[in-house]
Design a protein around this ligand. Sequence first.
Ligand code: PGA
Length: 310
Amino acid sequence: MSIEKPRTLRRLHTRLASFRQLEVFLTVAEHLSVGAAAQSLHLAQPTVSTQLGRLADQVGMPLFEQLGRRLYLTPAGECLQAGCREIFEALARTDMQLSRLAGAQTGCLRVATVTTAKSLLPAYLGRFSAAYPDIDIEFQIANRDTLIARLKDNRDELYVFSHPPTELDIVAEPFADNPLIVVAPADHPLAGQTGLRWEDLAAYPFLIRESGSGTRLALEKTCREYAWSLTPRMTIASNEAIRACVVSGLGLTVLSRHAVADELGRRLVELDVAGFPLRNTWYVVHWRGKALSPVAREFLAFLQERETPA
Ligand code: PGA
C-alpha cells in the first residue's frame, strides 16, 4: 500500500510545472500587475492569470493578494520571488558559461547606475558593446538611495556609485574621477571671475538635488566640513531639470562635470570657487560573495583598463 504525502510535504521541485511558469510569476511579482506582466511577456492576460492560479495550487498557498486596485505579494509570494531570482540568475550564469565553453561571448550584462553616471556610462557601454557585439545590456538608472535598495535586493550584478554604501559587505573598485563643480549660466555676473569664495555665491539663489542623491550628499558633507552655509531655493530631482533651470537663470548649482559637460562653454560655465571641484571617484560595486557572471567579470576588467571616455 502506498501512502501519499500531503501535497505541501512533497518537495517543491516535484510540484512545480515549469520554468516558464516561474518566469511568469516572477514577471508579475516584479511589476505587481498582471496586465503589465502580460504585456512584457507578450502573453494574453487570462493566460498569465491561469498560470498564476496553477502555480499557487502547486505551492499550496496564495502568492498574491489584491487590496483595492493594488496587488501585493503574500509572505509565500515573497519567498518564491527570492528563490526564483536566484534560480534565474544561476541559469543565466550557466548559460553564459556554456556559451563560453562553446567559444561564444554572449549573455546579458546587468548594470545599474546612479542618475549622475548615466552621462558617463554610455560611452563605456558603447565601447564594450562594440568589443562584444553579442552581449545584451540591461542598464538601470536611479538615484543613490534607490540604487542602494536595488543592491540590497540583489537585483543587478554591478552598480556604479560615487558614494558606495559603507555599511554593506561589498567590493567597490574605483575606475574614474567624478569632479563636482559650481555651475552658472554663461551670462552670470560671476562668470569669468577668478578666486571666488563659497560666501560670494550666497547672494544668488541656489538649486540642489533631492535628498537621497549622492551629489547632494557630497555637497552637504563638504558644507559641514568647511562650515559653509547652504540655503537652497529649489530642490530638483533630476540633473537635466537642474541644468535647464540654471540655463534659465533660476540660480546656481553644484553638479558633476559629467552631467553638464556638453553645455560647458555654451549656455553654462564652471565658476572658479576655492575648494572646487570637489574630488569624488566613480566606483563599480558588487556584493563581496557574489558569483559574478563571465560577462560581468569581463566588464569589470574592461572598466579598469579604459581611460575615462571624453
Ligand atoms: P546621484 O548620485 O545621481 O544620486 O546624485 C551621484 C553619486 O553617487 O555621487
